[in-house]
Write a protein that binds this ligand. Structure first.
Ligand SMILES: [Zn+2]
Length: 427
């Protein structure tokens, strides 16, 4: 006979398994899985055919997909994936995923809130592990606004949090305060929580157009190749407190300013998603100003806005600016106009009016490539080659170019010719 229990609100799957195990007087997770399988008439099935999370859903009397959405971290871990994104979370068509990672945890430690636990004891006579506390980056209880406590042993999920108090460690008050106050972290946690109730994963392919638009609009680099634009990974690491960022994205520990970080900077080029959804969620939290905007872009509620090269889409640059651009041959850093605060602002403004940086240095010959493409009518790939640029890097430049570039390029080309000829002229 199986003693069944009703899962608590927001109870983690492993916590529910532990409570079932203890209520039935058993000592291991395997024993309770065998008992549930016998009770459900699935004793002859392998765990791959009847995964543990499916057994828990049966014991709870809840449909598998609803149980996964309410009690597993799978909807978070699988929130953005290139592996079978058409399969909804908790769908029996994908038992392999349920078997392999249905009950995997999203962070290395087991977290609980002492105030929540004490409230549970008062109200229910027992307490449990909350799924929302196991979200990467969560350092404080959002209800009690106090630091979470944690233990470094995932098997503790099978015990009551109250039995772990002595060996548990508290998140520092400082880190908890930072987490609760920092807008970027609040966006990350808000977006992550919302995706826990998404019934289907999001394919990285669906994100690419809108993400590229947003990255370009902010004047950041959309690829790993050399460019005058700041790296997306630099923007990301500058957007979050380092201690917190290390806890959710340990790869950032070795990140140096100006160094490419493929998981982030090649996000638009990768055909396969990163193993964790965290880099995507960090990028969205760093690029958008609110949880709603980030979610809207992630869920495609707002159609990705194609990059148009029309006169209406861009502000028309004034004549003085155009003249400066011609005189400096499109090199942004040489344009020292007083109304701009710093070089990044100049660069972002010029990109926005359709005048990209045409710098020629060891990283690439942007001007040569652009002249080749627009004036000499060579192909995109030929022009990229002439400029010593990757196709991605050159496409990035071409996308930024406004419709008024032709006469400007002709003037620049004329200046280039004049200057090249001048040493040969008699003095
Ligand atoms: Zn709490």
């Amino acid at each position: 006979m199986l003693i069944r229990l009703i899962p608590f609100h927001d109870e983690l799957d492993r916590s529910y398994l532990g409570r079932l195990m203890r209520a039935n007087g058993l000592r291991t997770a395997t024993e309770i899985q065998i008992l549930i399988a016998q009770w459900a008439g699935l004793a002859n099935k392998s765990r791959r055919e009847a995964p543990a999370i499916e057994l828990l859903a049966l014991a709870a009397g809840i449909k598998l997909n609803e149980f996964v959405l309410a009690h597993s971290t799978l909807p978070f871990r699988r929130s953005i994936t290139s592996y079978r994104p058409e399969v909804k979370h908790g769908c029996t068509e994908n038992k392999d995923t349920l078997f392999i990672s249905g009950m995997r945890v999203a962070r290395d430690e087991a977290y609980f809130c002492l105030s929540c636990a004490q409230t549970d004891i008062d109200e229910h006579g027992m307490t449990y592990w909350r799924r929302s506390h196991q979200l990467p980056g969560r350092m404080a209880c959002e209800f009690h606004e106090s630091p979470l406590r944690f233990v470094n042993e995932k098997l503790k999920f099978y015990q009551s949090p109250m039995d772990c108090i002595e060996e548990s460690i508290s998140v520092s008050q400082g880190l908890a305060n930072v987490t609760m106050a920092h807008d970027g972290i609040k966006r990350f946690l808000g977006i992550s929580s919302a995706l826990m109730s998404n019934r289907s994963p999001i394919s990285p392919k669906e994100l690419q157009l809108g993400l590229r638009y947003r990255i370009t609009m902010l004047g950041l680099r959309t690829h790993c190749s050399q460019s005058g634009a700041p790296l997306l990974s630099d923007h990301l690491t500058n957007s979050f407190p380092r201690e917190w960022l290390l806890s959710v994205f340990p790869d950032s520990a070795n990140k140096r300013h100006g160094e490419v970080m493929a998981k982030v900077d090649a996000m638009l080029q990768l055909s396969v998603s990163t193993t964790s959804a965290v880099p995507y969620l960090l990028v969205y939290s760093a690029l958008f100003d609110s949880i709603e905007e980030g979610l809207s872009a992630l869920k495609g509620a707002t159609p990705a806005i194609p990059i148009k090269r029309t006169r209406n889409h861009r502000r028309k640059p004034d004549d003085n600016l155009l003249n400066d651009y011609v005189q400096t041959r499109g090199v942004h850093k040489l344009m020292q106009r007083q109304e701009f605060i710093d070089k990044l602002v100049i660069s972002a403004y010029l990109d926005n009016v359709g005048l990209p940086d045409l710098i020629e240095d060891e990283t690439g010959l942007n001007l040569s490539a652009v002249l080749s493409f627009f004036l000499n009518r060579k192909s995109l790939s030929e022009s990229a080659k002439i400029g010593g640029l990757s196709i991605d890097a050159f496409e990035d430049i071409v996308r930024k170019i406004g419709c008024h570039i032709q006469p400007i390029l002709k003037k620049i080309a004329a200046n280039v010719v004049v200057e090249c000829q001048s040493p040969q002229q008699p003095s």
